[in-house]
Design a protein around this ligand. Structure first.
Ligand code: SF4
Ligand code: SF4
Length: 325
């Protein structure tokens, strides 16, 4: 009997999701024995043509990692869909746009200007920015062209399953692979993760305290037992899907939200603002003035990057013009 075929196809990624597969340890050997790796360019010298020549619908499981940010990654996303029986958005970038999605605070032109002309470490007196085709002796060179807006995978093609995280937690990756390889995948559209929030898995003590000051993580040594949010550190746990065993708060680091919104909310940043409003006493607390709230909120550095670090392209806003032009 032929083995199920597995492919790991990259979009705009950092390869962290690839490396997380290697963290499966000895279990990766089981995966390699149980499957035929049809395409994994990070691990083997495979080219685009190798993927193109595979028959459509012939790959049982495709893990697509990374966002879609240029015409090349858009082509990879479409190819992944064409070749896959089951397409899994693998990691926060594929699921929600992730870190590359923060580019949606500026236009494509201003990003190119900043990266290639205006940055302090750049000397580019001719003001040249990359463009699609360059004529050279005897031919043409092409580079991928940035899209105006960074997208999640499902904003380009239909996605069957979501496996969030940055990178995805090992246990969830193992669960998804076992389900896929044993032919026991859940209904399409399933997100591998918990139906609850990170707070539900977090063992820190919550006292329903109101905070009077918001601090950055490096400004205090937090109490190791108590809720970080109630110590004034913005922890995205209330707004973030669980399934990671609250690994960051467990080691004294605030949750940054890489598992995306909870099953009950669509917009992670809006949900976090609501959670924050309850700890700063906005919800019906006497003695909290608008000025008190304003002062507190202004203490949050980079609110957009804090509340939408991984999910801006999938948020209600999707992109914000002119924030960082
Ligand atoms: S989800 Fe995280 S680890 Fe995976 S490609 Fe994106 S930034 Fe890298
Ligand atoms: S806000 Fe953070 S530290 Fe507090 S309970 Fe939730 S996950 Fe834990």
């Amino acid at each position: 009997m032929s083995k199920p075929k597995l492919a790991i196809i990259p979009g705009a990624n950092c390869a962290g999701c690839d490396y997380s597969l290697l963290d499966l340890g000895e279990k990766i050997i089981d995966v390699l024995i149980a499957t035929e790796i049809a395409y994994w360019p990070t691990a083997a010298d495979l080219k685009l043509e190798d993927l193109e020549k595979l028959p459509d619908g012939s790959i049982d499981i495709v893990l697509f990692e990374g966002a879609v940010n240029n015409d090349e990654t858009e082509e990879m996303a479409k190819l992944a869909r064409k070749k896959a029986k089951n397409l899994i958005a693998f990691g926060a970038c594929a699921c929600f746009g992730g870190i590359p999605g923060l580019a949606n605070v500026a236009s494509r032109d201003s990003i190119l200007q900043k990266a290639y002309i205006k940055s302090l470490s750049t000397v580019n007196q001719q003001g040249i920015v990359p463009y699609k085709i360059t004529k050279v002796d005897g031919g043409e060179l092409t580079v991928p062209e940035l899209l105006e807006t960074v997208k999640s995978l499902d904003q380009v093609v239909k996605v069957d399953y979501y496996l969030p995280g940055c990178p995805p937690p090992l246990k969830l990756t193992a669960d998804a692979l076992v389900a896929a390889l044993s032919g026991k995948l859940p209904p399409k559209g399933t997100v591998f993760g918990s139906m609850k929030s990170v707070c539900d898995d977090c063992k820190r003590i919550r006292e329903n305290k109101r905070i009077t000051e918001i601090k950055r993580y490096h400004q205090i040594v937090p109490d190791a037992e108590k809720c970080l949010l109630e110590q004034g550190i913005v922890c995205m746990g209330p707004a973030t899907r669980g399934g990671c065993d609250a690994i960051c708060p467990t080691v004294n680091i605030p949750c940054r939200g890489c598992m995306g919104p909870t099953s009950e909310s669509r917009d992670q940043g809006a949900r976090m603002l609501s959670a924050l409003s309850s700890v700063i006493g906005l919800e019906g607390e006497a003695g909290v003035s608008d000025e008190d709230v304003r002062k507190l909120v202004l203490q949050i550095k980079d609110p957009l990057g804090t509340f939408y670090r991984y999910t801006l392209p999938k948020s209600i806003m999707r992109r914000v013009w002119g924030v960082r032009e």
